[in-house]
Design a protein around this ligand. Structure first.
Ligand code: ADP
Ligand code: ZN
Length: 742
């Protein structure tokens, strides 16, 4: 008899699935959606069972080895969703399925368990026994009293420390049946502690705009149909309040919700707001800063249906949530929703597709919607809901543009702060009000150069300048991470001591400390905040008022609501404007608006100083006057004739190789093939050197495809599928709807 055949989407960079034999011992158990271990070429790999074909024209099928995690299976919906992603973003289905799992499950490491101990008999009996033996065995009596007072279950280590007692005493109590021990999967609560310093929640009465917006969301929820709603609310307009209330409806009706937030906004405070706003709901959090055990634990809670609400960053869009009824994508404009390695999906767009597949509403919220989403709202694909005013007593902060000159880069740091900003910082310190100081760059100095010959220290593996980190006394490449010693003299002309120029948060921190010795300053960037715990501690300290000033990078811009912050200083607003990226103006506009939105959320009206070398740029001007529409119109008119999104679609193809000659040939060949196959209206631009022409010793070239609609581009990619496969010496990466042009 022929045993059953299974179709397996294999986790390997190949674009199709393969047939395998289902051995008889698995026949009764294997279902569609199971993850399995299979022989593939000379090795074993993983894959997911996606179907059971009747026949196969492969003569001899290899058998599946075993089912991995029989208790977690992709349901039909997630199979369909991942299939769509594989198709649209030109990735392998098996790889997409793999990306949908948390890394800890993916790795196949056994899940951690903890031993927990609980009282086995009623408290009364424990007390009687304790009294009876107190003279003879005081240690045992103390332990019994402990269990009478707190029957558990609690982790074994806590019990031993809590009594305190020894393992031997516990072993005897276990043997005599007074207590019991259980082994459970470790599901630590990642946000269980350290949050009490944030203010407790007040239930506000909604203002008229909020009421209207909530009404629309409620109707969408009740309709139980797909709908994409763009919630454009200025910073502090009370979007989160609306999310909370519509989520409450969802949960009360027995459904579940998913909230996506950018990685950096997934702060303890964000989670706390949802916890306090939905006290009856169990909330799971998916965040890359969680420990593997925490992440697995949270994912299990979701998969078993115990979590009613999931809050997570990009990859949470794959969370296996049963009976999902509403998806919210907060800060939908954030480019971090796009994954920059394969599969290169955009979580916001995937959320919309997921909503359509499940026939549920998807809410996209932002103070600065992406031009793509605004365009979709203008042409009726999305429904637009606006919150045009702040929910708090004060208006948007007063924004002042403060032009910079060359002294900004003075090496003693004395020109970092303009007179205007200096004046306000001093006043804040006097009034004991808090402030945020923002800079887009980590490190101390952004580059090291020789003052005589102009030599600039670059990473020899990557075509970028090195950043000086003073704490480590090292020049570090922000692309490959490699650190190098600072040479005593210029390698070119032997002039001693390279000069450190440009500014990073480390230098700003030092300069501000020197300039305002009385100020209590904390730093917030990836160099100092390496764990979730550190992030929590620093933010909690700031919220408590331990610091006057928080200096940092993008980490400052999102997800915090500090009522006592009434000044925001943006030291350099236009770091991105000179980048070769058509979204540079949009990014600058978003950044200024978001940072400005951090000021004046409490009782006092906020002030914002925007330091810039381009005081007349429309992105800077419109952001300063909170003119989203004005910015949009100008930016759209600039993009329309160029056919850039939202007026067209792009595909970026990056080729990389250590062998420059081979790269050149292959790029030319692929370019030619694409031109031959391109339908009318499909533009093929390049190959050209990438803006960063080398990373980690690999030279890079790129080709850009442009068309009015997605379909012809998809057809072109399919037609050239074979040509676009990576070869031994040249890697080819296809990025559909790229967010970064570098
Ligand atoms: P957004 O998410 O749009 O930036 P939030 O939901 O964080 O705005 O709200 C900003 C601040 O306004 C929060 O401190 C919130 O508690 C408060 N808030 C929201 N709605 C109201 C309201 N109707 N009345 C008073 N305060 C409100
Ligand atoms: Zn490098």
């Amino acid at each position: 008899m022929i045993s059953r055949i299974a179709e397996i989407a294999v986790n390997a960079p190949l674009s199709r699935s393969f047939h395998y034999e289902v051995p008889s011992d698995l026949e009764a158990r294997l279902e569609r959606g199971h993850r399995v271990l299979i022989p593939f070429g000379p090795r074993l790999t993983t894959g997911v069972c996606v179907g059971f074909p009747e026949t196969s024209d492969v003569p001899r099928l290899k058998p599946i080895r075993r089912i991995l995690h029989p208790d977690c299976r992709f349901d039909d919906h997630l199979l369909e969703l991942t299939r769509w992603i594989a198709d649209y973003y030109r990735a392998n289905w098996g790889e997409v399925l793999e990306a949908a799992l948390p890394p800890s499950i993916r790795s196949g490491r056994p899940e951690r368990t903890v031993k927990r101990i609980a009282a086995q008999r009623p408290a009364e009996l424990l007390r009687i026994e304790a009294d009876r033996i107190r003279q003879r065995a005081p240690a045992r009596a103390r332990a019994l009293e402990f269990f009478a007072a707190s029957p558990g279950p609690r982790p074994r280590a806590d019990v031993i420390a809590g009594i305190p007692t020894t393992a031997e005493v516990l072993r005897r109590l276990l043997g005599d049946g007074w207590i019991r021990e259980e082994e459970r999967q470790d599901r630590p609560d990642p946000f269980g502690d350290g949050l009490s310093c944030f203010e407790t929640r007040v239930e506000h009465e909604l203002n008229e705009h909020q009421v209207r917006a909530l009404e629309i969301l409620r109707r969408a929820r009740e309709a139980r149909a797909f709908r994409a709603i763009l919630l454009h609310g200025i910073t502090g307009s009370g979007k989160t309040e609306i999310y909370l209330r519509v989520l409450r409806d969802v949960l009360e009706a027995g459904g579940r919700g998913l909230v996506l937030v950018p990685e950096i906004s997934l702060t303890p405070q964000t989670v706390m707001r949802f916890r306090q706003g939905l006290p009856a709901a169990s909330i799971a959090v998916l965040h890359s800063m969680l420990s593997p055990a925490e992440r697995t634990g949270q994912w299990r809670e979701i998969q078993e249906g115990k979590a009613r609400l999931v809050i997570g960053a990009r990859s949470a869009v794959f969370a296996p949530i049963p009976d999902l009824r509403l998806i919210i994508v907060d800060e939908e404009h954030e480019s971090s929703y796009k994954q920059e390695s394969s599969p290169r999906y955009h979580a916001r767009d995937v959320a919309v597709v997921r909503g359509r597949m499940l026939s549920i509403p998807v809410v996209l919220g932002s103070a600065t919607p992406s031009l793509e989403s605004t365009h979709n709202a203008r042409n009726g694909k999305y429904e637009l809901v606006e919150l045009p005013s702040r929910a708090t007593p004060h208006d948007l902060p007063a924004v002042v543009i403060s032009p910079l000159d060359g002294s900004f880069y003075r090496s003693d740091g004395s020109g970092l702060v303009t007179d205007q900003l200096d004046y306000l910082i001093r006043r804040q310190l006097q009034d004991r009000e808090q402030m945020l100081i923002y800079l887009n760059r980590r490190g101390f100095a952004t580059y090291l150069h020789c003052v005589r010959c102009g030599f600039v220290m670059k990473c020899d593996q990557c075509d970028v300048t090195l950043t000086f980190h003073r704490g480590e006394n090292i020049a570090r490449c922000h692309y490959c991470g490699l650190g190098r010693e600072i040479p005593a003299a210029c390698p070119e002309c032997l002039m001693p001591g390279p000069r450190k120029s440009g500014v990073g948060t480390e230098r700003v921190f030092d300069a501000l400390k020197k300039r305002y010795p009385e100020a209590r300053i904390a730093r917030l960037d990836r160099d100092v905040i390496t764990t979730h715990r550190k992030l929590r501690t620093t933010l909690a300290g700031f919220a408590r008022g331990d610091y006057d000033m928080l200096v940092g990078t993008q980490m400052l811009a999102k997800g915090h609501d500090f009522p006592r912050v009434s000044l925001v200083g943006i030291l350099l607003a236009d770091t991105g404007l000179s980048f070769p990226d058509f979204r540079a103006a949009e990014r600058t506009f978003q950044l200024i608006t978001q940072m400005a939105g951090r000021a004046g959320r409490g009782a006092k009206r906020g002030r914002v100083i925007v330091q810039t070398f381009f005081p007349d740029h429309y992105a800077v001007r419109c952001a300063a006057s909170a003119d989203y529409r004005g910015f949009c119109n100008q930016e759209l008119e600039r993009r329309r004739p160029l056919g850039y999104p939202p007026f067209g679609r792009l595909v970026k193809i990056v080729l990389a190789s250590e062998d420059e000659e081979k790269l050149k040939k292959e790029a030319a060949r692929i370019g030619r093939r694409l031109r031959e196959s391109a339908a009318e209206g499909c533009q093929v631009l390049g190959p050209a050197p990438s803006p960063i022409a080398k990373i980690q010793n690999r030279h890079r070239k790129q080709i850009l495809l442009k068309a009015k609609k997605a379909a012809p581009l998809q057809a072109l990619l399919r037609a050239c599928e074979k040509d676009l496969a990576s070869r031994r010496s040249v890697d080819v990466a296809v990025d559909v709807d790229p967010q970064s042009m570098m």
